[in-house]
Design a protein around this ligand. Structure first.
Ligand SMILES: [Zn+2]
Length: 127
C-alpha cells in the first residue's frame, strides 16, 4: 500500500492515479472511489514528513557542496536552494501518496474498514 501511494497510485486498488496535478490530490480515487481527502488538515501530516526529511537532506547537500566544490558560499546557496526546492516538491507528492496509504492501513488495522457502512463513508466517486 505504501509503495502504491509513493508511486502516486491509489493505495487501495493500485490502479487510480490519485493526483489531479503535480501536487494536488484528487478528492477520491477515479478507479475505486476511495476518499483521499477525508477531512480538513489531511495535508498536515505530509507537510511534517517533508519538513523532517528536508532538513537532513539540506544539511547533507550543503556538506557535500562544501567538501567537494571550491564554490563560494553564495554560489553554494544559489545552487543548493533550487535543489532543495525540487526535493521538497518531489517529497511532498510522495508524502501525500504515502499518507493516503497510511490512512487506509490504519482503517484496516483498527477494524474500521470492516465495520458496517465503511464503504459508504470511505468510498465515493469524484463528482
Ligand atoms: Zn482506488
Amino acid at each position: 500500500m505504501l509503495r502504491r501511494g509513493v508511486l502516486r497510485r491509489c493505495p487501495v486498488c493500485g490502479e487510480g492515479r490519485i493526483f489531479r496535478s503535480l501536487f494536488r490530490l484528487r478528492r477520491a480515487c477515479p478507479s475505486c472511489g476511495w476518499v483521499l481527502e477525508r477531512e480538513p488538515g489531511t495535508v498536515t501530516g505530509p507537510m511534517y514528513l517533508v519538513s523532517v526529511l528536508t532538513l537532513p537532506f539540506a544539511a547533507l547537500l550543503f556538506a557535500l557542496l562544501w567538501l567537494f566544490t571550491d564554490w563560494s558560499p553564495g554560489m553554494q546557496v544559489a545552487v543548493g536552494i533550487p535543489v532543495i526546492l525540487v526535493f521538497c516538491g518531489v517529497a511532498l507528492g510522495a508524502a501525500k501518496g504515502a499518507w493516503a496509504a497510511v490512512e487506509y492501513f490504519t482503517d484496516v488495522r483498527s477494524g474500521d474498514a470492516f465495520r458496517e457502512g465503511y464503504r459508504e463513508r470511505a468510498f465515493r466517486r469524484d463528482p
